[in-house]
Design a binder for this molecule. Sequence first.
Ligand SMILES: Cc1ncc(COP(=O)(O)O)c(C=O)c1O
Length: 354
Amino acid sequence: MADIKIDLYSDTATQPTQAMRAFMCRAEVGDEQKGEDPSVNALQAMVADMLGKEAALFLPSGTMCNQISYAVHCRAGNLILLDRTAHPLISEAGGAAVLARATLYPIDGANGMFTPEQMAEVMLPATRYRPPFRLVCVEQTTNMPGGRIWPIEQIRAVCDTARENGALTHMDGARLLNASVATGIAPKVYADSFDTLWIDLSKGLGAPVGAVLAGSSDFILKAWQWKQRIGGAMRQAGIIAAAGIYALNHHVERMAEDHAHAKRLAEGIAGAPGIGIDVESVETNMVRFDVSESGISAQAFGDQLLAESGVRVSVIGPSLIRLIPHIGISTADVDEAAQAICRLAEKVRREMEV
Ligand SMILES: Cc1ncc(COP(=O)(O)O)c(C=O)c1O
């Protein structure tokens, strides 16, 4: 594989900073399963407070947060409504069918965001034929559609509609803090509409591992049982929880820099031959562009870019590429990546003309 010089594949590509590593080394630890790890307990208290919920639970991944929430909320055969691009539908290995034994019911929102009207069309009362909708899920920000932010009014309307139809509400907040930094709306305000939600520590926040799920004390007790059941309970996990504490204290506001870098990247490649991009659609840390006009596939474009410039991107469709600046990416990296993309686009155009 070619050397990766600038890794824009994902915000999961971050390396812990030296300061974060030093903080982790000093972490006080104990037996997490027994509730005796002071660093895990501190992280959970911090997130519960930040999200305005009674309790929180440290888990190894965001995927486990979604899956445990589904398992706690749903009975076998229940329906879970979510957008067709949502992570649990496309990237969680069918977990909802295995653990909660529930059915994911996708609808086609705009940029990953659906409306109360769309919900009302499908959320019909349960009958002897039709199973009940038990849960409605919102992904903030929307990943596949490119880091788009659910407006707070739409969140409130969607959650009200869910409740009117007898369903609970859950937020996949893998990038909730990106939304908060971009809009200035506190995480608590977004969280208020949801029964349960979680944030990821290992994305824009730059921690190496972990996510924190929050909700009522009763929900978190049941979530603890699932964590134990599926082997997610740990021992001296404070060493990794400390990275989360450090990130929440030092890396939240700095995500504005990632957002500015995403915009700069989009502006830098707009106008390159064969590249379709909507600069206005860049709301947080993600940039998507389309290469269908270039005459080569996204995979070929991504492979050539890596081979020729050491810039790694994510291929998310036959002609779609996604880039995500993060804490390990400087302004100089952004400019170099934009130049490399423009150079390649120009080269592809010349080759197509021959
Ligand atoms: C929107 C969304 N939800 C859930 C996840 C899963 O998070 P994790 O990788 O921590 O399991 C991801 C990961 O990329 C994501 O983007």
